[in-house]
Design a protein around this ligand. Structure first.
Ligand SMILES: [Fe+2]
Length: 219
C-alpha cells in the first residue's frame, strides 16, 4: 500500500497500488510508447486515458491521499508511488499538497501528464532565459499561471514548461496525479530560487518506496 517498508523485497517497483484503473492507464501508455515515436503526439494521444483516471472515484487509497509529516520536499507534501517501472522509464504517483502549502520551484526532466484529482491548485510556470551552461544558476521569468480543479490537467514536454511550482488554494489538501516517463522522485533533478537564480540538485523521494542507492548528483 502506501506505507514505507512493504515493498523492499521487490525494491518498491511495479504496481504498488494494483487497481484496474491504474493498470488500464499504464497499459495504454505502454501501447502508445511502442506505437508512437513522436513524444508530443504520444502525450496528446494519452490524454483520454489520463482523463478517465482523473474522473474515476475510489481507486486511490486513503494512505496515498494524505500529507506526509516526514516530507523531503517540505511543507508536509506527500509523494506516493502508485506504479514504478523497474527500468526507470515510467512512473505514476500521487502528490498531496496540504492547505496553503507550495512545492519548491522544480523541474521534472521527462515527458508526462499531471492533473488534479482533489482540491484546487495554482500552478506557476517559468521560462528559462539563460543558456543553462552554469549548473548552479538559472535566470527565470514567469511564463504563465493557471488554476486547476478536479479533472484539469496539463502536459510536460521538457524543456518547454518543465519548471514550475504548485500551491494548494482549496480548503482541503490538493491531490494531483502524475504520469511521467522517468522514476521522478528518485532521479536527481533541480530546485530553483527564481529571486536569487540559485539552482540546487534534489531528489524528492517517495514516502512509500525506497530509491536505488544514491548516485552522485548531476547538476
Ligand atoms: Fe511538478
Amino acid at each position: 500500500m502506501c506505507d514505507l517498508g512493504n515493498h523492499h523485497d521487490r525494491g518498491g517497483f511495479g504496481f504498488l497500488i494494483d487497481t484496474q484503473e491504474i493498470r488500464a492507464l499504464i497499459a495504454e501508455t505502454r501501447r502508445l510508447t511502442t506505437e508512437m515515436p513522436d513524444t508530443a503526439a504520444r502525450v496528446e494521444a494519452l490524454k483520454p486515458a489520463f482523463a478517465t483516471l482523473l474522473a474515476a472515484d475510489g481507486w486511490l487509497p486513503a494512505p496515498c491521499s494524505r500529507p506526509d509529516d516526514k516530507s523531503r520536499m517540505g511543507g508536509g507534501i506527500g509523494q506516493y508511488a502508485l506504479y514504478r517501472a523497474e527500468d526507470g522509464s515510467l512512473c505514476l504517483f500521487s502528490l498531496v499538497v496540504p492547505v496553503g502549502a507550495s512545492t519548491p520551484v522544480h523541474d521534472h526532466l521527462a515527458w508526462g501528464l499531471v492533473g488534479v484529482y482533489q482540491g484546487r491548485q495554482d500552478e506557476t510556470v517559468y521560462r528559462r532565459l539563460d543558456d543553462g551552461r552554469d549548473p548552479a544558476r538559472a535566470e527565470l521569468e514567469i511564463a504563465k499561471q493557471q488554476t486547476l480543479g478536479r479533472g484539469d490537467f496539463y502536459a510536460l514536454l521538457p524543456p518547454t514548461d518543465d519548471i514550475h511550482y504548485v500551491k494548494t488554494i482549496s480548503d482541503t489538501a490538493s491531490i494531483s496525479i502524475h504520469l511521467l516517463a522517468n522514476d521522478t522522485a528518485c532521479v536527481w533533478r533541480h530546485k530553483f530560487e527564481p529571486h536569487t537564480g540559485r539552482v540546487t540538485p534534489f531528489r524528492s523521494g517517495y514516502a512509500n518506496a525506497p530509491c536505488p542507492p544514491d548516485e552522485p548528483a548531476r547538476a
